[in-house]
Write a protein that binds this ligand. Structure first.
Ligand code: KIV
Ligand code: ZN
Length: 511
């Protein structure tokens, strides 16, 4: 019989905690709604005890989604479990996810505990969490480097205490597929009560083997996989959702498993994550990279034209990559615009629609055709971002072969208008220097990139900056047909996010 593989998505927890990927509550909520459309089985929404901001976001996601389980992460302490339950108790299907490390390396150097103490901690925590729900997942952190018999013992104890899912993470991405599959099979064979729980895996990609390890473990008996969209996550990331789902889908004759994922929502989910975080996926990324379905070599193009299957193993439409995107223009009315927003998954209040419709009209005055990517970029910029402390009111730059690059900038800061002018080696440098002067900030610019959303010289420029101040790093994004304006917006967005992060520090996160 074909077995179902449970898709546990941790983009909003393991993914979000990696540098540069932090999202605000509105962004997380929007992404969670997309995950529900994608039909993942479980959304790991966050780690509520790590910060007030995380608690609030998990709580709001728990209210928002109804057809999917919402998991919250907790260490083995009562405080963590209380926070996790506090955040998800209103969810239609809540799950508490408790973890503790099990490898000798972690026991000796991090926890300074003996194995029997770790078992007691895990059992106590699961027993405590059972007061709230019987949907409990237990994770043995650094499982792949743990003693295999100890793993079986702690899983047996966890299941006896009430865990319904036991998760075996390759926390440091150290495993090799054949070895990991053997470990999964061993755990399945030597944990006496494993039949009462779902065996899950959670792989990191440090050696580029996360997908291979996850697939190997499915063949060996794992029935839940922990994944992220675009493979984002700690260090080199987690197993990528789209790779696992499409491997199972494309090779279903060979791999006798299925998922409930709506594959047509794979590309929209990947794209939304890029829009929200401003971090693009590498062009050659499997399934969702820009080149994943493009054929450059003449022989390949010729083959595909003769018969698609010569060089294409998947159809782009299967992952929701539509080529005929709807185009709007300056004559499109508010009604058509609202319809398109709905079609893209944005059911927004009238006030917010008015705000982006205004920006849409401004853009349509400058450009003939506005496509879905443009609209999504406007939504990401106008609606999903953190409330701005600094707002751009006016920008005028001087540049060119014989000019001294100069920028005149007017900002609104807490309702007051401030202005200044400054110089730089180029107009963008002059703009950034002047903004830093007005805001009194001293951030370091770690990264700056300009991309375009569509082709043509009238395309919207999309600028991403990475800033660091006082040890806090963040991204800023801005888009505009004028790349200097887009750069100023990205820089100001970065400063706003730095300020926001300073207020809701994520530094307590430890998982
Ligand atoms: O990588 C890991 O071990 C984790 C656990 C919390 C599941 O993220
Ligand atoms: Zn992890």
């Amino acid at each position: 019989m074909t077995d179902k593989i449970i898709i546990f998505d941790t983009t909003l927890r393991d993914g979000e905690q990696s540098p540069g990927y932090s999202m605000n509550t509105a962004e997380k909520l929007h992404f969670a709604a997309q995950l529900e459309k994608l039909r993942v089985d479980v959304i790991e929404a966050g780690f509520p005890s790590s910060s007030a901001g995380d608690f609030e976001a998990v709580q709001m996601i728990a209210h928002k989604v109804s057809n999917v389980e919402v998991a919250a992460l907790a260490r083995t302490s009562k405080e963590d479990i209380d926070a996790a339950w506090g955040a998800i108790k209103e969810a239609a299907h809540p799950r508490i996810h408790i973890f503790i490390a099990t490898s000798d390396i972690h026991l000796q150097h991090k926890l300074r505990m003996r194995r029997d103490q770790v078992i007691s901690k895990a059992v106590e925590a699961i027993t405590y969490a059972r007061r709230f729900t019987d949907n409990i997942e237990f994770s043995a952190e650094d499982g792949s480097r743990s003693d295999r018999d100890f793993l079986c013992t702690i899983f047996e104890a966890a299941i006896s205490a009430g865990a319904t899912t036991v998760n075996l993470p390759d926390t440091v991405g150290y495993a090799i597929p054949s070895e990991f599959a053997e470990l999964v099979a061993y755990v399945k064979e030597h944990t006496p009560n494993i039949g009462k729980a779902i065996l899950s895996v959670h792989c990191h990609n440090d050696l580029g083997l996360a997908t291979a390890n996850t697939l190997a473990s499915i063949n060996a008996g794992a029935r839940q996989v922990e994944v992220t969209v675009n493979g984002i996550g700690e260090r080199a990331g987690n197993t990528s959702l789209e790779e696992i789902v499409m491997a199972l889908h494309t090779r279903r004759g060979y791999l006798d498993f299925f998922t409930d994922i709506n594959t047509k929502e794979i590309y929209p989910s990947s794209h939304l994550l890029v829009m929200i975080t401003g971090i693009p996926v590498q062009p050659n990324k499997a399934i969702v990279g820009a080149n994943a379905f493009s054929h450059e070599a003449g022989i390949h193009q010729d083959g595909v034209l003769k018969h698609r299957t010569t060089y294409e193993i998947m159809e782009p439409t299967t992952i929701g990559l539509e080529t005929n995107r709807l185009v709007l223009g300056k004559h499109s009315g508010r009604h058509a615009f609202k319809d398109r927003l709905r079609g893209l998954g944005y059911d927004l209040p009238d006030q917010e629609i008015d705000k982006i419709f205004q920006r849409f009209k401004e853009l349509a005055d400058k450009r003939k055709e506005i496509v879905d990517d443009d609209i999504e970029a406007l939504v990401a910029e106008e609606i999903l971002r953190v409330p701005d402390i600094f707002k751009l009111r006016y920008l005028n730059v001087v540049g060119g072969t014989d000019a001294i690059p100069t920028a005149t900038v007017q900002l609104e800061i807490d309702g007051k208008v401030e202005q200044d002018a400054g110089f730089g080696v180029g107009p963008i440098d002059a703009t950034f220097n002047t903004i830093a002067e007005i805001t009194g900030t001293h951030s370091k610019l770690l990264h700056f990139s300009i991309d375009s959303l569509t082709s043509g010289t009238d395309a919207q420029g999309i600028v991403t900056v990475q800033l660091e101040e006082d040890g806090i790093k963040t991204l800023g994004k801005g888009n505009d047909p004028d790349i200097i304006v887009a750069s100023a917006k990205a820089y100001i967005n970065g400063l706003n996010r730095l300020e926001h992060l300073r207020r809701n520090s994520h530094s307590e996160k430890t998982a």
